[in-house]
Design a protein around this ligand. Structure first.
Ligand SMILES: [Zn+2]
Length: 474
């Protein structure tokens, strides 16, 4: 047996540019961008909004011009200054979270696009500060999200909350090592091994890996800028912000020498396909425009067999539900009923937990008219209702989902499990987010994540793998 030949793995060279205190960190971002260009490499720089404003105030056109040769994403307006993205959303539902983040970050986003002179490709998670609403905001704006907490077992780029999200996985760990040749050699060897492993992982659908190049500020300082000031919820006024300690100036040749070693490896390796974020977004930013009736029937059979909320390779559970509603439609005014194809509808997940439903069946006619109301309710709000009235009873939306699949297949009466709240994959997504978010030292201890994680699960109604436009034939 011959081993499968690993395909080159699409990779981004990511930098988080975020120090709001040390002016020296501006120069570090600049020379790194310039060296990348020198090696013919494309980087993706995630820029904090207030940092861009500082460049404007300090007249650092040179920094901006060096970065503009690469791809640019947003890294929030204030990064570790509280409230963080997660903190905004703790007590809010998905929709309220979107409004809260945008109220806080709109000006920063707009200033950054103005100062950098080009549209930002998307948002990159700051520290471990994630919430489903941040992907919802990017989805609403037609932008992507990097370092997402949402993936599927063999797909690292997924649709979630209406947004193309790139799951946080990759190699890196160079931040504190540039200053130390021996340590850098170890980290580089580890990164090479990490790349090698990743090219062999099973892959379906859209993929990427993050070669996390560094936080430019951390390469030249002995610690993180935010660790000095904002740990565990601390939020001193700007006048009291303390800069991190710089490495001595004579260390700069070592730091730059090791950055060059990193560039040399990346230029010469063959396992990765290094691109800019915008190129990958273009490659993956496609969805099937419609489902055929045969496809919808196949999905309905799976739903009936498995008796749960599910999604397919090309359609989220929310999209399937709305297409089922259409297909079983009563044909009011010539609308609804089986068709050759169904346009892919757009809808976000419910904003509250569906109620536990009774274990019974309802006549198909009652489910057909409930389906009509699901379409109307969703069209009015953009969100699936948590429940729909069936014969006067409030039935959980997941229970309706399973029942409608039976109706489409011809059942005279149908029901569903009492506790079909969202796709089963939601548990792994919530576990991942719930494990990661508290790890960030900037976050206060003992944050209550229960509401945020419930919203995370509910939004899995909008989860599905992403594909290349080529795979989709579009
Ligand atoms: Zn960051």
């Amino acid at each position: 047996m011959t081993a499968p030949v690993p395909r080159p793995l699409p990779a981004l060279l990511c930098f988080d540019v975020e120090d709001l205190i040390s002016p020296e960190s501006d120069d570090a971002a600049m020379w790194m961008a310039q060296m990348l260009t020198e090696y013919g490499l494309t980087g993706t720089f995630m820029v904090v909004g207030e940092k861009a404003r500082l460049w404007e105030r300090r007249g650092r056109r040179d920094v901006i011009e060096a970065l503009k040769r690469h791809h640019l994403g947003y890294h929030s307006t204030w990064h570790s200054v509280h409230p963080t993205t997660t903190e905004h959303c703790l007590d809010k539902d998905f929709a309220q979270g979107i409004e809260a983040i945008w109220a806080w970050d709109r000006e920063g986003w707009q200033d950054t696009e103005r100062i950098l002179g080009r549209p930002l490709l998307g948002w990159a998670r700051t520290g471990a500060s994630w919430a489903p609403s941040i992907q919802g905001l990017m989805g609403r704006m037609g932008r992507a999200y990097a370092y997402s907490r949402v993936r599927l077992p063999e797909t690292s780029v997924c649709w979630y909350g209406g947004c193309l999200g790139f799951y946080d996985d990759g190699v890196g760990g160079f931040d504190d090592a540039f200053v130390d040749d021996a340590l850098f050699s170890q980290r580089l060897a580890k990164a090479k091994q990490g790349v090698d492993e990743r090219t062999r992982w099973p892959r379906r659908g859209a993929h990427w890996t993050d070669v996390f190049m560094c936080h430019p500020t951390r390469a030249i300082h002995t610690s993180f800028w935010d660790g000095m000031n904002f740990v565990e919820g601390a939020n001193p006024p700007r006048s009291q912000w303390k800069p991190a300690v710089l490495h001595p100036a004579e260390k700069l040749p070592t730091i730059q020498g090791n950055f060059r070693r990193l560039c040399t490896w990346l230029r010469d390796q063959t396992e990765l396909e290094i691109v800019g974020w915008g190129e990958l977004i273009r490659r993956y930013d496609g969805q099937r425009p419609h489902a055929t009736h045969a496809e919808l029937l196949a999905a309905a059979r799976r739903i009936v067999d498995e008796r749960r909320v599910l999604f397919t390779d090309h359609f989220t559970a929310a999209e399937l539900l709305l297409m089922l509603c259409k297909a079983v439609g009563v044909g009011v005014g010539g609308q609804g009923g089986p068709a050759a194809t169904y346009a892919r509808p757009t809808a976000l997940g419910p904003l509250s937990m569906p109620p536990r439903s009774s274990e019974r069946t309802w006549p198909a006619a009652e489910l057909r008219s409930a389906a009509q109301r699901v379409i109307e309710d969703t069209a009015r709000t953009g969100y699936l209702p948590a429940s729909e009235s069936v014969g006067g009873e409030a039935v959980g939306i997941g229970t309706v989902f399973v029942a409608l699949a039976q109706v489409l297949l011809g059942a005279d009466s149908a029901g569903g499990p009492s506790d079909a709240f969202y796709p089963a994959e939601a548990e792994a997504v919530a576990l991942d987010a719930g494990t990661d978010i508290p790890k960030w030292i900037i976050h206060p201890k003992n944050m209550d994540l229960s509401k945020l994680l419930e919203q995370t699960r509910l939004q899995c109604w909008t989860l599905k793998p992403a594909w290349t436009c080529e795979d989709l034939g579009i």
